[in-house]
Design a protein around this ligand. Structure first.
Ligand code: GLY
Length: 367
């Protein structure tokens, strides 16, 4: 474990402080944080989806509105289908109609879709205005709200258009996690288990020993876990903000996972597909002799014990490999596959063959 303490973590970009991640039990501290960024008296546009708006918009506005001259709310239909240039266009139109200037800000209140599309609009409107991440899903808290990846899907291609653009603040109210469905919560656990597997064997073991409290969403367990996952991601994105190298390790489980996601959309959630992809990548790691077969089986059992799937159905190995071949994480036509040298130590491997991938895909299709 990194032994992160307190309720704040600083994130740097290019060696300079870029933003803080703040963890709280509610939204009460958000106004002080926003005022500290010099946003007093400016305009804000809160971008949120229809589900999150119904649950958290009122309490967020109650806490945040006093800081601003005015606040407008841009709400879009919940779901990945909204993560496209049409939604961004509608948001630009709203910002222009309401005369948003460069000193004003956007606030993403929601999961990964809200964060990614708001960040992309913020990166491009007037060549860049400030934006705040207020993630409300477990996945957005530990992954997509940190590190400045913003963007939207284009046609059938996921995250194909985007920009690296850092938020000014990431504010997490951990109590909102109590409103997540069991399935959404467990889906977020896939990225957390990933952090242990790629970077920190001690954290991976801790997750297993605290499994029941984590599944019960015990506040103290959540705080320790989210802080640790954010710290692991922070360390990686600080060293490699634009994915020139090490940041690709965060894509463990994503090469085949994204392929399954594409083929099974919308029946499987992102984290569920990452779980299936991690099982496959761990199998390839074991077949390469990096992990023992027992370690591979233990990874599978861990994923299952957090309620995550490791098998897919209704698709073929050939379809998975074909879909993975169109992944944007390719490099000169080769997969940048992430394998585990050992638990807590991942590597980028450009030598995984279609045959190895197809054999692993066959394994995740077994019923
Ligand atoms: N979600 C992977 C990354 O931020 O690089």
């Amino acid at each position: 474990m990194n032994e992160v303490n307190g309720n704040r973590l600083s994130v740097a970009c290019g060696g300079l402080h870029a933003y803080d991640i703040v963890w709280e039990k509610d939204f009460h501290a958000v106004s002080g944080e926003l005022a500290g960024l010099g946003l007093e008296g400016r305009k804000a546009c809160v971008v949120t989806d229809s589900n999150v708006a119904a649950l958290h918009l009122d309490s967020f506005l109650h806490a945040a509105s006093p800081v601003f001259k005015s606040v407008t709310v841009f709400s879009f239909p919940a779901g990945e289908e909204s993560k496209n240039l049409d939604t961004v266009r509608a948001l630009y139109t709203r910002l222009i109609e309401e005369s948003f200037e460069r000193g004003d800000c956007l606030i993403a209140l929601g999961g990964g879709v809200a964060g990614d599309l708001t960040g992309y609009a913020a990166a491009t409107y007037l060549r860049g205005i400030r934006f705040i991440q207020v993630p409300t899903s477990l996945l957005a808290m530990v992954d997509s709200s940190i590190g400045g990846k913003t963007g939207v899907d284009f046609e059938q291609y996921k995250n194909m258009v985007g920009a690296f653009y850092q938020p000014s603040l990431v504010y997490m109210n951990l109590s909102v996690l109590l409103t997540l469905s069991e399935r959404d919560y467990r889906s977020g656990m896939a990225e957390i288990i990933k952090h242990g597997l790629i970077r920190n064997a001690g954290y991976y073991s801790w997750l297993m020993t605290r499994r029941q409290e984590i599944l019960d969403r015990d506040y103290e367990a959540l705080l320790v876990m989210i802080r640790e996952s954010c710290a692991i991601k922070r360390d990686i994105v600080e060293r490699d903000p634009k994915e020139a190298g090490e940041r690709a390790l965060l894509n463990f489980g994503h090469t085949l996972g994204h392929a399954v996601e594409k083929l099974k959309f919308p029946s499987l959630l992102h984290g569920e597909c990452v779980s299936i992809g991690m099982a496959a990548a761990s199998l390839i790691s074991a077949r390469r002799g990096y992990l023992s077969h027992e370690e591979y089986e233990k990874i599978v059992r861990t994923l299952q014990s957090f309620g995550l799937p490791v098998l897919a159905s209704g698709i073929t190995a050939q379809e998975i490999v074909e879909a993975a071949g169109h992944d944007k994480k390719m490099d000169a036509g080769r997969w940048k596959f992430i394998l585990l040298k050992q638990i807590g130590d991942a590597v980028i491997d450009r030598t995984v063959t279609r045959e190895e991938a197809a054999d692993a895909a066959l394994e995740i299709l077994k019923s």
